[in-house]
Ligand binder design. Structure first.
Ligand code: PHE
Length: 343
C-alpha cells in the first residue's frame, strides 16, 4: 500500500511537469499514461497485491489519480488543438480586436435630458403615455369639449379607422392619465413626441417633442409656478437672463401665461433669433382649470396646481446652432455624429 502511494505521487509529479501543445507529444502522453499498456493500467494491476483490509482505500486513491491523469490529458489536448487551429487558419490570436465605434446621442435627446434633469432636482418624476390617444385624453378632459373653437389651435391628425383616435397634439394627455390614477400629490414631467398637421419647413414640422410639467397639491399658488420656472431658467440659461410672463389663453389652465426670457443669443439687444424684440418665448403655463381636475376625479375645492409645457427642438436649435428643423428627423449620420453631451 505504501508502495502504491509512492508510485502514484512520483507519477503525479512527472505528469504535472509534462507540458506541450504539440499534438504528436500529446498523443505520446496518452499512450504512455492512459494507453492499454500504459502506467495507469499497470498501477491498477497492483490492486490485487494490496491486503484486503486496505483495498477500499487503495481503490479510491487509484480512482482519484485516474481522474487527474484524464483531466490533464484533456487540457493538453484542447491546448494543442487550438494551437493547431490558429496555425491552420493563419489567425494571429495575439492581435488586438477592432474597436467598435461608439454612437452619439441625438441632439433632441440631449436637450430633453438636460431639461428633465433640472426639474428632477426639484423632485419632478417622469411619466410617459401613448402617442395615439383618444379624444377624451387629448381634448375632452382638458376642458375642450367637442366643437370647442380652441381645438383649432392645434391642427390635429385623426386616425381613419376610428374617428375617436388622434395622434396626440400635446403631452397634456399624459397629465390626464396621471391625474386619473388618483394618487396625490403629483409632481410629474411628461416628455414625448407630439404631432400637428403643419406644413414641413425649416421652422415647423408635423411632429416635434414637448416636455410638460404638472404639479397638483393643496394650496398651490401662481407664485409656486413662477418660482419653479425661475429656477429652471436660471439653471438652463444662466443667472443673468431676465424673465417675463404675458397673459395668455389655454382652455386647460386659468389664469394662463406665456413665459419669455431675454434673448440669450444677443443679450436683449435684438437679433434674428428674437426677431429684434430682445425676448424669446419659451413656454406656456398656468393654474390647472378646476374643470380639468373634476374631469379626473380630483376635488378642485381641496386640490389645485399648475402646469406648463415647452418644446424641445427650439432650445436644441439655439443651443447647437441648427438652422433647419428637418435635420433632426432625417437621420443623416454626418449630422448626428456631431453632438456630444459636453457641447
Ligand atoms: N399643451 C400646451 C401646448 O401644447 C402647452 C401647455 C401645457 C400650456 C400646460 C399650459 C399648460 O401648447
Amino acid at each position: 500500500m505504501k508502495n502504491l502511494r509512492e508510485q502514484i505521487e512520483a507519477l503525479r509529479d512527472e505528469i504535472t511537469g509534462f507540458n506541450s501543445n504539440d499534438p504528436a507529444q500529446v498523443e505520446e502522453f496518452r499512450i504512455k499514461y492512459l494507453g492499454t499498456k500504459g502506467q495507469l493500467k499497470n498501477l491498477m494491476g497492483e490492486l490485487k497485491n494490496v491486503p484486503v483490509d486496505q483495498k477500499k482505500e487503495a481503490g479510491q486513491l487509484l480512482n482519484e489519480f485516474k481522474q487527474f491523469v484524464e483531466a490533464h490529458y484533456e487540457t493538453l489536448k484542447s491546448n494543442s488543438s487550438s494551437a493547431a487551429d490558429a496555425a491552420d487558419t493563419g489567425i494571429d490570436l495575439s492581435l488586438p480586436g477592432d474597436p467598435t465605434p461608439l454612437g452619439s446621442r441625438h441632439p433632441v435627446t440631449l436637450m430633453r435630458n438636460q431639461i428633465v434633469s433640472i426639474f428632477q432636482r426639484l423632485g419632478f418624476a417622469v411619466a410617459e403615455g401613448p402617442e395615439i390617444e383618444d379624444d377624451w385624453h387629448n381634448f375632452g378632459a382638458l376642458n375642450l369639449p367637442a366643437h370647442h373653437p380652441a381645438r383649432d389651435m392645434q391642427d390635429t391628425f385623426y386616425i381613419q379607422q376610428n374617428p375617436d383616435w388622434v395622434l396626440r397634439t400635446h403631452t397634456s394627455s399624459v397629465q390626464i392619465r396621471e391625474m386619473e390614477k388618483g394618487k396625490l400629490p403629483i409632481r410629474m414631467l411628461m416628455p414625448g413626441r407630439v404631432f400637428r398637421n403643419e406644413t414641413v419647413s425649416a421652422r415647423s414640422h408635423c411632429f416635434f417633442h414637448q416636455i410638460e410639467g404638472l404639479y397638483i397639491d393643496k394650496n398651490v399658488s401662481f407664485a409656486d409656478l413662477k418660482q419653479t420656472l425661475y429656477f429652471f431658467v436660471k439653471e438652463m440659461y444662466g443667472a443673468n437672463v431676465k424673465v417675463r410672463f404675458r397673459p395668455s389663453y389655454f382652455p386647460f389652465t386659468e389664469p394662463s401665461a406665456e413665459m419669455d426670457v431675454s434673448c440669450f443669443i444677443c443679450g436683449g439687444e435684438g437679433c434674428h433669433v428674437c426677431k429684434k424684440t430682445g425676448w424669446v418665448e419659451i413656454l406656456g403655463c398656468g393654474m390647472v382649470h378646476p374643470n380639468v381636475l373634476s374631469n379626473c376625479g380630483i376635488d378642485p375645492e381641496e386640490y389645485n396646481g399648475f402646469a406648463f409645457g415647452l418644446g424641445v427642438e427650439r432650445p436644441a436649435m439655439l443651443k447647437y446652432g441648427v438652422n433647419d428643423l428637418r435635420l433632426f428627423s432625417e437621420n443623416d449620420v454626418r449630422f448626428l455624429k456631431q453632438f456630444t453631451a459636453a457641447t
